[in-house]
Design a protein around this ligand. Structure first.
Ligand code: NAP
Ligand code: MG
Length: 482
């Protein structure tokens, strides 16, 4: 067996923080201005790598939500819906360019507020967010070509609610197509990661976007609920848990609000014996340990063909040993901090449940940072069965379950045996097998011989309890048009 030398470590390589500005207190961004909340309430946002407070953030109450929706309505009626697409595009391009210029600052703040490794916020979250603004800016004056003979029209005011795992990227997925189609926006970011959305509000102000076209209001679940229930919102776009998605669906039933829901997942990652094993092992690692497993489409259920299962598991454990759990701002870090104390408790609860259900635990032996913060070693479970809770329920942490299979029919049945249907992965040398599986797996996105790849031109979204509607690509536009 390959032995790793544990005698040496990488020298620390932290990203500097002296180029960023975080204010001690943030207000609500309504009508193009930062305004104190009528609620007079503020909450703390913490750095999950230290457990310490970074800043105070305004909590929008019902009155504040109403002011934000009014500002969005006024902007929509008085100028945004009348503005030619090519003029709207200029603003969206400007946001994209400013985001690129300030990418380093956004990356550092994303990692500080949410705990994800700087390598990911720097190389994935921020560039992809800018790419979405560029991509949708390009469509703003071409909607008639995108939907010929349909006379596409904006919906009006869009209420948008985002989760904490990709804070800026989810905001970009939602704001960019909404603006390109001529809608105005009220966005509520997640409570634990509001800072990059507030930085985006500053950037939008600097881009001279007309006041009220984008409003950003911070707060917890109640703020989101008030936005959903507001009678003057034409569309709700929600990304988050299936549980909250269901509440929202009930809340808007019987109204004429349009709805898209991007919810949870429990993706199958399927390795066949003819796959390039080393490449597949990298794909498994990327699929589940990337971003601490805080990924809706994480490859959390691994299915390995029996003939190669011993080899795959051995190689996987060896590779897990090399992963570094540590300071999110360090460029060597592979796995950062768990987003919150609550999320760490959830992950620990599932690890306990799995052990009680008879699963066999393996965790890498790496050291965890000391002195505060929320951390979890990369974890895997073997000896699990379809009915185990760790196999059925979304954990949203760096926890993988491994099952084996013999035939294609068997693995399709097992992979589809889940309430979710967001994504899946297939690793094989045979193109025919890929086509066969992609037809039969019930998942919105299926990667072949790769995992967790995103692009603004590709639609993304789920089946079953993973929600409905698509974001990205042309599909993402149609969700904001009538
Ligand atoms: P969450 O608890 O459902 O929260 C999502 C957002 O909804 C947050 O901004 C939250 O505010 C807000 N919210 C909470 N209760 C609400 C209510 N009653 N009405 C309206 N809004 C409400 O999800 P999360 O824990 O932040 O995110 C993790 C989940 O998101 C996972 O299930 C993951 O799979 C899913 N996700 C899906 C996708 C996708 O594209 N399908 C992408 C990313 C994540 P607070 O922050 O204050 O709770
Ligand atoms: Mg935070």
């Amino acid at each position: 067996m390959l032995k790793f030398n544990t005698e040496w470590t990488y020298a620390p390589a932290p990203e500097s923080t002296d180029h960023i500005r975080i204010d001690p207190e943030y207000q609500l961004f309504i009508g193009g201005q930062f305004v104190p909340p009528k609620s007079k309430i503020y909450f703390d946002t913490l750095n999950p790598a230290t457990g310490k407070k970074i800043s105070s953030v305004a909590e929008a109450g019902k009155k504040d939500v109403d002011l934000a929706v009014k500002a969005a309505r006024k902007a929509y009626e008085s100028y945004w819906k009348k503005m030619p697409g090519k003029e709207r595009a200029k603003y969206i391009y400007r946001i994209a360019r400013l985001l690129q210029e300030r990418a380093r600052e956004f990356a550092v703040i994303e990692s500080m507020d949410g705990g994800k490794p700087i390598r990911e916020s720097r190389d994935i979250d921020i560039p992809l967010a800018a790419a979405h603004f560029f991509y949708y800016a390009g469509w703003a004056d071409k909607l008639d070509y995108a939907f010929p003979n349909q006379k596409p029209k904006a919906l009006g005011v869009a209420g948008q609610i985002t989760p904490w795992n990709f804070p800026l990227l989810m905001a970009a997925w939602k704001i960019a197509p909404a603006l390109a189609c001529g809608n105005t926006v009220v966005l509520k970011p997640a409570e634990t990661t509001p800072l990059t959305a507030l930085k985006l509000a500053e950037l939008i102000r600097d881009a001279d976007l007309p006041p009220g076209v984008v409003n950003i209001i911070t707060g917890a679940g109640a703020t989101g609920a008030a936005l959903v229930e507001h009678p003057d919102v034409d569309k709700i776009a929600f990304t988050g848990s299936t549980q909250v998605g269901k509440i929202i669906q009930h809340a808007i039933a019987g109204t004429d609000k349009k709805l898209t829901l991007e919810l949870g997942g429990k993706a199958a990652n399927i390795i066949f014996e003819d796959a390039t094993i080393d490449q597949a092992v990298e794909g498994i690692i990327n699929g589940i340990y990337f971003n601490q497993g805080h990924v809706c489409c994480a490859g959390s259920r691994l299915f390995v063909q029996e003939s190669v299962s011993k080899t795959v598991i051995r190689k996987l454990k060896d590779r897990m040993e090399t992963l570094i759990v540590g300071d999110p701002l360090d460029k060597n870090t592979d796995i950062g901090a768990i987003n919150s104390k609550e999320q760490l408790q959830t992950i620990r609860k599932y690890i306990k449940i799995a052990k009680r259900e008879g699963a066999e635990l393996y965790q890498s032996s790496c050291s965890l940072p000391r002195g505060g913060g929320y951390w979890c070693r990369p974890t895997l479970f073997t000896n699990v069965s379809q009915s185990n809770r760790v196999v059925q329920e979304e954990i949203f942490g760096p926890v993988l379950t491994i099952q084996t299979f013999r035939t294609v029919e068997e693995v399709i049945k097992k992979a589809n045996n889940t309430p979710y249907g967001l994504s899946a992965g297939v690793w094989t040398d045979k193109g025919a097998k890929i086509f066969n599986l992609t037809k039969q797996l019930r998942a919105g996105v299926i990667w072949a011989n790769t995992f967790n790849k995103f692009d603004p031109t590709s639609p993304f979204g789920g089946y079953k309890e993973s929600g409905f509607g698509r974001e990205g690509g042309l599909h993402g536009l149609s969700a904001y048009l009538k």
